[in-house]
Structure formats: C-alpha cells, structure tokens
Write a protein that binds this ligand. Sequence first.
Ligand SMILES: Cc1cc2nc3c(=O)[nH]c(=O)nc-3n(C[C@H](O)[C@H](O)[C@H](O)COP(=O)(O)OP(=O)(O)OC[C@H]3O[C@@H](n4cnc5c(N)ncnc54)[C@H](O)[C@@H]3O)c2cc1C
Length: 481
Amino acid sequence: MSDDAEKPLILWFRKDLRLDDNHALDGACATGRPIIPVFVREPSSAGTGPLGGAQAWWLHHSVVSLSASLEALGGSLNLASGDALDVLVGLIKSSGADTVMWNRRYDPAGIAIDTRIKRELELQGIKAKSFAGQLLHEPSRLKTGGGTPYRVYTPFWRALENAGEPPRPLDAPDAVRFAPVLDTSETLGSWGLLPTKPDWAQDFSQVWHAGEDAAREKLSDFLDQSLSGYKTNRDFPAKQTTSMLSPYLALGVISPGRIWEETRGLDVPADDLVHFRKELAWREFSYHLLYHFPKLPYENWNGRFDGFGWNNDSAQFNAWTRGMTGYPIVDAGMRQLWQHGFMHNRVRMIAASFLIKDLMIDWRRGETWFRDTLIDADPASNAASWQWVAGCGADASPFFRIFNPILQGEKFDRDGDYVREFVPELADLDNKYIHKPFAAPPSVLDKAGIELGETYPKPIVDHAAARDRALKAYNAVKDAA
Ligand SMILES: Cc1cc2nc3c(=O)[nH]c(=O)nc-3n(C[C@H](O)[C@H](O)[C@H](O)COP(=O)(O)OP(=O)(O)OC[C@H]3O[C@@H](n4cnc5c(N)ncnc54)[C@H](O)[C@@H]3O)c2cc1C
C-alpha cells in the first residue's frame, strides 16, 4: 500500500448529523483510509445566517448524539469553531490529510462558502469531494420542458414523480477506520449553545429527543399509527398525527431518502401515502426555489409587493410573539412555538396569516422570529412558506384569501383541545366561545374565571376591519407592474 493510501481524510459533518444514508461517510469509508470526523461551528458572519436560539439547543443535543455514535465505532468527533477553511487547513496541517469530503448544502450562503473552500483547497493541492444527500433529488435535476426551474408546485411534483424513485438509502457502516484521535477538539459545552439564565428551553426535552435512533422511532411510530388517515387528520393540531420529523430533517439527523424508502410497500391507503410524499416534495420544492432564487429569504418573489404599505407596529408584533393577540388559535400556536420550539403546520399558516394580513406586519419579521424560535428552522421551507402565506411567493396562496382565525379555530380545533393545552387561562371556557372569548357573555366568562383584558387579552385588532384594511393595501399594489 502506498503512503498516499494511508493518508487520513477529513469528513466534514454539517447538516447531515447521521451515519445512516450518509453519502460522504460512505465515500470516505470506500477509500479505506483513516478518517478524521469534524464538525465546524461557523461564524454567522460567514453568511450562513445566525443560528436561531431554539435550533442551537437542538444542534447541541444532535451533536452529542452523533459523537456517541462515532465513539461506539471507535472514533471521536472533532469540534472546532471559526472560518471553516481555516479550520480545515489547520486540521490538514496537523494530521497530514490530503482530502476533505462532505455532503452538499443548498442554501446560497452555504454554496458560496463551499465553492470558495473547494477552490482554495484545490489550489493547495488538497482534494475536496462533495456528495448529494440532503434532498431526494439534486435541486438542479428537475427542470421544466423549457429547461428552466419550476415556479409552480404541481408540475414540480409531477416531475418528481416522473423522475422515478429516489436512490435507495445507504445503510450506516458496521465499522469505520478512524485516524488517531487529535487532541485539538474544542468542547461542546464551551460553545454555549444551551440557554442557561433563564433556561427557556426546559420544556423542549419533554417533546424532543435528539439523535438517529429517536428519529427512526418517530418515523416508525408515524408509519404504524398515523400514516393511514394522514391526509385528513394532518390538519388537526390537537391530534398527534403528523410525523414530527422536520427537526431531524433540518439538521440531517435523518435523510429524506430514508423516510421515502420506509414508506415503500406499506399497506396504507394510496391517498394518504401520496399526500405524505407530497409534503416531502414541498420541502424539495422549497429547496428548488431557494437554489434557483437565492434572494427568497429576504426579497419578495413577486416584486409587486415591494410597495406594500406594511404597518410594522412593534407593540402588536410583540403581542404576536408572546401569544397575546386575543385570538386563541393564534396565541396557542405562538405559545406552542415558545414552549416546544415547534408549531403545527395548520397553525403556522393561521399565525403567519394573522401577522401579515390582520396586523399588516412585513412577513420578513415573522420569518426571522420563526428562524429564531423553531427547532426545525430551515432556510428553504421557512422562507418559501412565509412568502406563500404572504401571497408574494412562488405559486403562493392569493393574498385576498385571508384566514379568519375564529373560523379556522372552530374548524380545526372544534373542541378547543389545542387552545386549552397552550392557553391554560381559557381552559374552563365553554366550547362555544373557546375561539372567541370576546363574544362570550359576562356570566360565561365569570364562570370560566376569565377577565378579558386582565387574565386574557382583548383582541388587538378587529378581524373584519383588519381584513378590509389588508385588502385595500393589497388592491393598491396588485396592479403594479
Ligand atoms: C409560516 C411557515 C413557516 C414554516 N417554516 C418551516 C421551517 O422553518 N422548517 C420546516 O421544516 N418547515 C417549515 N414549515 C412547513 C411545515 O409547517 C413543517 O415542515 C411541518 O409542520 C413539520 O411537521 P411534520 O414533520 O410533523 O410534518 P409532516 O406533515 O409529517 O410532513 C413530513 C415532512 O414534509 C415536509 N413538509 C411538510 N409540510 C411542508 C411545507 N409546507 N413546506 C415544506 N416542507 C414541508 C417537512 O420536512 C416534514 O417533516 C413552515 C410552514 C409555514 C406555514
């Protein structure tokens, strides 16, 4: 064996904190060379965007889990912080490695960083090899007949279906050859990813368990118990009927290819299976959009909205973030977000619509708040979804479709179970008024121990008037060129 074949290679983990279906790991193992696994905490000034507080918590626990999996195989995850190129070059010097491998990322800042690193490493005679693995299909693969990116979801979905089954996932290796452990690793605790004073994430761990085993368990519970009936049940936030896999997908603790694979050959109604796969395809579509339109997180996709007369009232924005708008379904969602770092999809739509249309606050402020508070914060899905609700996005819900928070609550949380869980001061309110406490007679409020304006807020806007105001603002921009 030549000396070169004994040189170590660096395996750079990023948003792929798993051993299963990890193409870069597989590629590294296939070389037969000793491997140095590393995770780099990149500065937010590098352009990756600040790591949100909730996702920092999730990252901490996900890195702990990945480290344990590597240790079980005899390895050790090197932790380093700083500019990724500097870190990699430092490791190359101290270890004698001549190759770096990673799985690709598809956010614009990540692509720019990786392109620069690849170029610089190659100039220094270091091989840099990247692999697919974050998506079912590379975002450049699916194109319209005219060779352009998709702008509309349904033809994108059809193209995805016609592209054939995604590649079968790779199993985690039974054994990995690691290079001797370097003594340069930083400690995870020194990164301060966990909140302390106060520990606002204390309830997160009741709901979320990090790591690949937990992700696989969530997947199998979902497939056994909830996939059948998913199409109908997925809209009801009090029922636990969606997969809850988005946090694992956001950091690559499970791959979409693994999820897709496990849905094959199941004895469930075709409608439910297709609907679930279509949701995975919304994630793909969001990445397709972000990849081809990198300004998606901060620029109106539809330029007509550039002149929209946002209101941006800070007191109202704060009331929204704290779940104190006086509209129970909105408040329950915003408090679920704060307590669990998560919000049910139907309620995300209602809460986002309320911010944008009832309060007329710029969708970008909502996008930023979600980015900081969701453990599943994802640059593509978050941006695409906010633009979708705002009506300015690709294939978006029309602006004039304005969710009525009372009717939405009554339709999707009929018995008020979701509201009662997250807005406990309304727990004893009659079902008839659970989504509109402001309409309840004083005797009903008394009986439920509610004093509006004291124990629970009065509505911060009148929905009907807010709706009219939003439509007027929309009419002013809708015909702009
Ligand atoms: C305003 C707003 C912001 C959002 N921000 C994010 C975000 O930052 N990160 C995120 O992962 N999702 C986001 N979503 C999409 C969606 O709400 C979540 O993916 C979903 O609630 C996750 O729950 P689940 O895993 O149980 O979903 P399931 O119903 O089990 O769906 C399975 C998977 O499909 C994908 N998916 C489902 N719905 C969507 C969707 N509408 N768009 C894109 N992918 C989808 C997710 O990866 C999800 O894990 C947002 C939606 C809205 C309306």
